[in-house]
Design a protein around this ligand. Structure first.
Ligand code: C2E
Ligand code: CA
Ligand code: CA
Ligand code: CA
Length: 277
């Protein structure tokens, strides 16, 4: 069945077969991808729903493969996580996001850049020092960077994750729980985590217009976040109706195709000026 799928899926498939010839060559291809500058940083805007103002952007990686074309992250991120290559990839994304934050600040724009981290990153004791080292020379304040972490990445080893997150938070970085509602995190942990933001998973947001249960989940999550003093972001905002509904429920920020798909970072500042014009 795997063979009949589109060619991008083959990459992901090889990943499931760890130790295979295919997976070894994918690892060397990924290493080459970094050396040959084949990774691309895409940015997707995050908008303040009440004020319609762009407040930030999420960094999302793509692989501009010489023969396969633009490969989406789900085709290589899971593999990168399994092999530990994700640490190198995360370092690349963090550096790119920090550089973009500098560029935006130079253009007179205040933007918060969000970067996705995985379990492996959270298990890396040196992560806070590594982030500090790449931010310091750029002279961008720590709160310009927001680190998005899924519940499952935290629940792999909650105590260790908590210690890394506390360290990062003490350094001034913003922390966000991604895909909220899809993992197994307990509310007890949520209470202990030093997070600033909660992102409602797009599955709920995309279904809320037609499914009353999803609408209720979205409403309760917004309430929960606000009761805990957190900013709440809805991802998967695809329609103007969803925007109106979320704004009415008091959701702070939105991100989704209705606003914009992720775009190459080179286009972002122009896009933002158009949007706010
Ligand atoms: P995510 O962190 O949940 O990122 C949001 C995903 O939802 C992105 O997919 C984005 O393009 C998509 N999305 C945003 N708005 C909409 C919408 O309105 N409708 C729909 N249908 N989709 C929307 P993308 O870029 O393909 O990334 C998929 C996942 O890959 C991300 O999910 C994240 O888990 C992972 N990923 C991407 N870049 C990185 C990275 O640099 N590092 C790590 N560790 N993971 C990454
Ligand atoms: Ca994310
Ligand atoms: Ca998400
Ligand atoms: Ca996700």
């Amino acid at each position: 069945a795997a063979k009949s799928r589109q060619c991008g899926s083959l990459i992901y498939h090889a990943a499931l077969d760890a130790g295979s010839q295919e997976s070894l060559s994918l690892l060397s291809e990924l290493r080459r991808a970094v050396e040959n500058n084949e990774l691309r940083l895409f940015l997707q805007p995050k908008v303040d729903l009440a004020q319609r103002r762009v407040v930030g952007a999420e960094a999302l990686v793509r692989w501009q493969h010489p023969t396969r074309g633009l490969v989406p992250p789900m085709q290589f991120i899971p593999f990168a996580e399994q092999t530990g290559f994700i640490r190198m990839l995360s370092a690349w994304v963090l550096a790119g996001a920090a550089q973009f934050a500098r560029q935006a600040a130079d253009a007179g724009l205040t933007l918060r850049l969000s970067v996705n981290l995985s379990t492996r990153d959270l298990m890396d004791q040196d992560l806070p020092a590594k982030i500090e080292a790449l931010m310091a020379p750029l002279k961008v304040p720590a709160e310009t960077l927001c680190l998005e972490i899924t519940e499952s990445a935290i629940m792999d080893d909650p105590e260790r994750a908590l210690s890394t997150l506390e360290h990062l938070h003490a350094m001034g970085f913003k922390l966000s729980i991604d895909d909220f509602g899809t993992g197994y995190s307990s509310l007890a942990y949520l209470k202990r985590l030093p997070v600033d933001e909660l992102k409602i998973d797009k599955s709920f947001v995309m279904a809320m217009e037609r499914d009353l249960d999803d609408a209720r989940i979205v409403r309760s999550t917004i309430e929960l976040a606000h009761n805990l003093g957190l900013t709440v972001v809805a991802e998967g905002l695809e329609t103007i109706k969803a925007w109106a509904m979320l704004a009415r429920l008091g959701c702070d920020e939105g991100q989704g195709y209705y606003i914009s798909k992720p775009m190459p970072q080179e286009q972002f500042i122009d896009w933002m000026r158009d949007w706010q014009a």
